[in-house]
Design a binder for this molecule. Structure first.
Ligand code: CMP
Length: 215
């Protein structure tokens, strides 16, 4: 029996697509580790449910309520049939105290989440739609895949729109401009960024334009 199977036998549960694991504001003291499938973490803003992040195999969620002893900060909804390890508070405590490698890994992921939240705040402070989309693309490029001709970023206009607080149509309009300016192109359902430095220069240009206006 593999380690994953052994863990699943001890802590595992299957959650079909569409299951609401918990809702924002609920009390809860269990953490979840994804063995397979996908889970959306969502939050309500002005009565609209927004996806903060989609998590896949290896990711964990639900740790904040255990650590802070506060209600759930967001909801968790199964996007694709999932096998999850459900870790109760005692096991969580023993895991963190007994295994510094797990504790360090968790700190790194929490720090990364904070950095992403800071980037999103920076993005939402930009007033111009073009700047928001280009700013996000320059950050996504850092995590993209280097391929011949540029960097491939696996993202669709809907996801981009969620992240920058715009409508999908507004994002598509910005992408069309970037396409015409030969800064990006669509490839295999993803976006190919030809040269991230040119994209950064374009962002600087947009920021200058916002500062000084069209003259
Ligand atoms: P908790 O507050 O217990 O329940 C909601 C969970 O969503 C939270 O723990 C985190 O695990 C997760 N979560 C909240 N915000 C984010 C975020 N910005 N990125 C990734 N995961 C998040």
């Amino acid at each position: 029996m593999s380690e994953a199977e052994r863990l699943f036998e001890k802590f595992g549960r299957e959650f079909p697509k569409g299951t609401v694991i918990f809702r924002e504001g609920d009390a809860g003291n269990e953490m979840y580790v994804i063995q397979s499938g996908k889970v959306n973490i969502t939050k309500k803003a002005r009565d609209v449910e927004k996806v903060l992040v989609t998590l896949g195999p290896g990711a964990f969620f639900g740790e904040m309520a255990i650590i802070n002893q506060k209600p759930r900060s967001a909801s968790a909804v199964v996007l694709e049939d999932a096998r999850l390890l459900v870790i109760g508070p005692k096991t969580f405590d023993a895991m963190i105290r007994g295994n510094s490698e797990i504790a360090v890994r968790m700190i790194k992921i929490l720090a990364q989440r904070l950095q992403e939240a800071d980037e999103q705040i920076e993005n939402l402070m930009l007033r111009d739609h073009n700047s928001r989309v280009v700013h996000l693309l320059t950050h996504l490029a850092a995590k993209g895949r280097h391929v011949p001709g540029g960097i491939l970023v696996e993202v669709d206009p809907g996801t981009l729109a969620q992240k920058v607080g715009l409508e999908a149509q507004q994002v598509s309009e910005v992408l069309s401009k970037l396409l015409r300016a030969r800064l990006v192109r669509e490839q295999d359902g993803a976006l190919l960024i030809y040269d991230v430095n040119r994209l950064r220069e374009f962002l600087e240009f947009l920021e200058m334009k916002e500062k000084f206006g069209d003259i």
